[in-house]
Write a protein that binds this ligand. Sequence first.
Ligand code: ATP
Ligand code: MG
Length: 454
Amino acid sequence: MLSLNKIFDRFGKKKPRIRGRGLSDALEATVIPRSEHTISRKQISSAALKTLYGLKEAGYDAYLVGGCVRDLLLGHEPKDFDVATNASPEEVHKVFRRSQLIGRRFKLVHVRFGREIIEVATFRAPPQTEQHVDDAGRIMRDNVYGTLEQDAWRRDFTINALYYNINDFSIVDFTGGIADLKAGKIKLIGDVETRYREDPVRMLRAIRFVGKLGLLLDDDTERLIPTLAHLLADIPAARLFDESLKLYLSGNAAVTHELLCHYHLFEQLFPQTDKVLHSEVDNYPRTLLIKALENTDKRIDEGKPITPAFLFAAILWEPVRQRWQEHIARNIPVIPALQRAATDVIMEQVTRVAVPKRFTIMTRDIWTLQPRLEQRFGKRAPRLLTHPKFRAGYDFLLLRAESGEPLTELADWWTQFQIATEDEQNTMVKNLAPVSNKRKPRRRKRKKPTAKSE
Ligand code: ATP
Ligand code: MG
């Protein structure tokens, strides 16, 4: 497992950049006026502005809150814009014709402008002890409306509890978020253990923000993570799937993954992989996974599409590969052995992280293409080229070859085959080493035992 220093040496630690004239003077202030920060309306999406102004004109308070304010202050482009208001969800719904009330436990309003959706939440109060948390301290109900200040204190990290007020364009800070942003610190609001017990997913969120923003965890926020990581066992697998996608598909997967391992969170999400990942003697599993994650990050950076199926194929490959070999050792033929291994591993995995079928189907295809890519005789190679998941299977073969499996020749062959003309392809197949080119002799069918012979 890598130390934090090694992780940051390898992936580079981004220096927090808070742009803002006079911010240092405003550290003690709760309200930072427009003249003392750099968030300008030009950086805010027109959908978010329309939502803010719509609420304001209807007589309500309206603020941008959360990740968008944090990201704008750090000079990043926000992923989305969230709005907080003192209007009730029903009142928000009345203000915007194209809006929808969603959620039962946690009522929200989605306001739609073309393809963009702005999420509007009513200020909430922190959980009022007994009625709102279960025996383990987890929040069960979170629907008590509150004031702006209460809303700030029930948020997770101080840097996520900053509000941009559309009324005077100031930033409101109750929890010391600006000071923490300046210091490059991610700090949980309130008593750390209580807040992690209320919602253990906050541990994953903390790590995600370290990976994404390059800030460091505050000492207390950091210290308890390995001890409380086991609390994730009680989180529904569907929610952990959503969080896994955010962790691994937001462009910083490689560093985030190392951090998850470092803080013993990865073993909660992918226990089967964790068991085989940190082998001292065999670097292959780690090399393959990190390479896959670095490729994913690069593709996201270049704006290329990515599929979660490939990501899960890489994360779960080593446990599948090991089980596959075990099944082969028990004389199960190669492809059925792999299919069985895939089923074993996926069935166990989805109890922790509920990867939906639409992804696991493709993940399986990627795996089962691996032995099929070795069988190139006859018409098999051109037929495989038309397989709908050929490209993903081929990319996975390249990944395995680059990670140290002796597959470079096979991978190069397929690279050539894809750009070859039909004649060249025929020659390539003919030139294959005779042993792999020969059709295996059919096994003679055993005669069914007759009643007599029994
Ligand atoms: P991202 O850039 O990933 O969107 P974000 O901080 O905006 O980061 P969201 O999941 O969009 O994350 O949540 C919006 C805001 O809601 C957060 O900034 C935080 O204030 C609050 N929040 C989200 N999840 C929690 C949680 N588990 N506990 C308390 N507050 C939360
Ligand atoms: Mg957000």
